[in-house]
Design a protein around this ligand. Structure first.
Ligand SMILES: *[C@@H]1O[C@H](CO)[C@@H](O)[C@H](O)[C@H]1NC(C)=O
Length: 337
């Protein structure tokens, strides 16, 4: 497959749009094909909880992402949601799109597709706006869908719309209005989504399988674990041999290992406002926790996955490597460092 870099963003997005159009009639999750590099490897950055018009160090994090993105020759960027604060976008013409996204992530290395999910704050505005393909006319990088699959050959990413899972947004919205157009009723939406995810995961032959959602599965910070996800989503990830679950929601950087499965949990939610000062241990094994701003990089090849967390000045805070020692038994892991 052709290598996609530099001017590859528009080609990849055009491909994405085609793939989505082709599959919309089938009852399947939208699929985006994003080929790996020629040598089969892939690198990307993960950022979450960011859109604040550059404030709360958003711009500093963006600058460092640009530098690291250049160094790692990234293929794309993943956003774990809460893309625009406080209440998502007001519509497709909201200037915040430009002020918090286009004019902030300006580095050359970041001119690649951005694959984004919605967070709970995005649901407090016009949730359909970010999902509207019209946004790609304003900035061709912006590929936001509710739940979808990105197939990058050695790895398949399952992007999951987690906001509808949290019961309290439905039953106790407080002063917030959640835009449930296209979602309600909750029960049907979740049942269909879990079925679609299970089917997509079962079909996947990729060496690595990664799930991405906004909400925490396991977290030691402010929001803690998300019970609804542990109950409803985690079993689907476990049964399908998902390697990693990557999320935002808590404004920090974390790595937690599960005690009863090979799944590793990564929080990258340090895109802007952070420093909540909350630490509440849970039952799983905490490997790393940083309560400030920053972001994560992920480099993959068929044998190895390297995770790195960076702070607001680009300093490496933590590195972790996962290796698949036997290609025919993907559930055997060796942890280095
Ligand atoms: C921005 O980053 C600096 C350096 O780490 C930190 O001291 C400061 O508190 C941060 N500002 C905010 C608003 O979080």
């Amino acid at each position: 497959m052709a290598r996609r870099s530099g001017a590859g963003a528009s080609a990849a997005v055009a491909l994405a749009v085609l793939a989505v159009a082709a599959l919309r009639c089938a009852a399947e999750l939208p699929l985006v094909e994003h080929p790996a590099k020629n040598d089969g490897s892939l690198s990307l950055l993960v950022i979450g909880d960011w859109g604040r018009k550059g404030t709360f160090n958003q711009s500093m994090v963006a600058d460092q992402m640009g530098k690291v993105g250049e160094k790692l020759d990234i293929d794309f960027v993943v956003s774990t949601g809460d893309n625009f604060y406080e209440d998502g976008l007001t519509g497709v013409h909201d200037r915040q799109f430009e002020e918090s996204f286009t004019s902030i992530y300006t580095a050359k290395s970041l001119q690649k597709p951005w694959y984004l999910v919605l967070g709970n704050h995005d649901y407090r505005g016009d949730a359909l706006a970010q999902l509207d393909p019209v946004m790609r006319k304003l900035d061709e990088r912006f590929v936001c869908m509710r739940s979808f699959v990105v197939n990058a050959e050695i790895v398949e990413f399952f992007f999951i719309d987690t906001t509808p899972f949290q019961l309290k947004y439905w039953t106790h919205p407080k002063d917030s209005h959640y835009d449930w157009r296209g979602v309600a009723p909750r029960k049907n939406y979740i049942a269909n989504l879990l079925k679609d995810l299970d089917e997509a995961m079962k079909k996947s032959t990729a060496k690595w399988k990664i799930a991405v959602g906004h909400h925490t599965m396991r977290s030691v910070s402010d929001h803690g674990d998300t019970e609804e996800l542990l109950q409803l989503l985690l079993p689907v990830l476990k049964v399908n041999g998902i390697d990693f679950y990557i999320n935002g929601h808590d404004h920090c950087l974390e790595h937690i290992s599960s005690r009863n499965s090979p799944i590793q949990y990564f929080t990258s939610g340090g895109g802007s406002k952070a420093w909540r000062g909350v630490y509440q241990p849970n039952d799983d094994k905490l490997q790393f926790f940083y309560d400030g701003q920053g972001f994560m990089s992920l480099q993959l090849n068929k044998d190895q996955a390297d995770f790195i967390f960076y702070d607001v000045s680009g300093k490496v805070l933590y590195e972790w490597t996962s290796r698949k020692t036997n290609h025919f038994q993907p559930s055997i892991y060796v942890t280095a460092e």
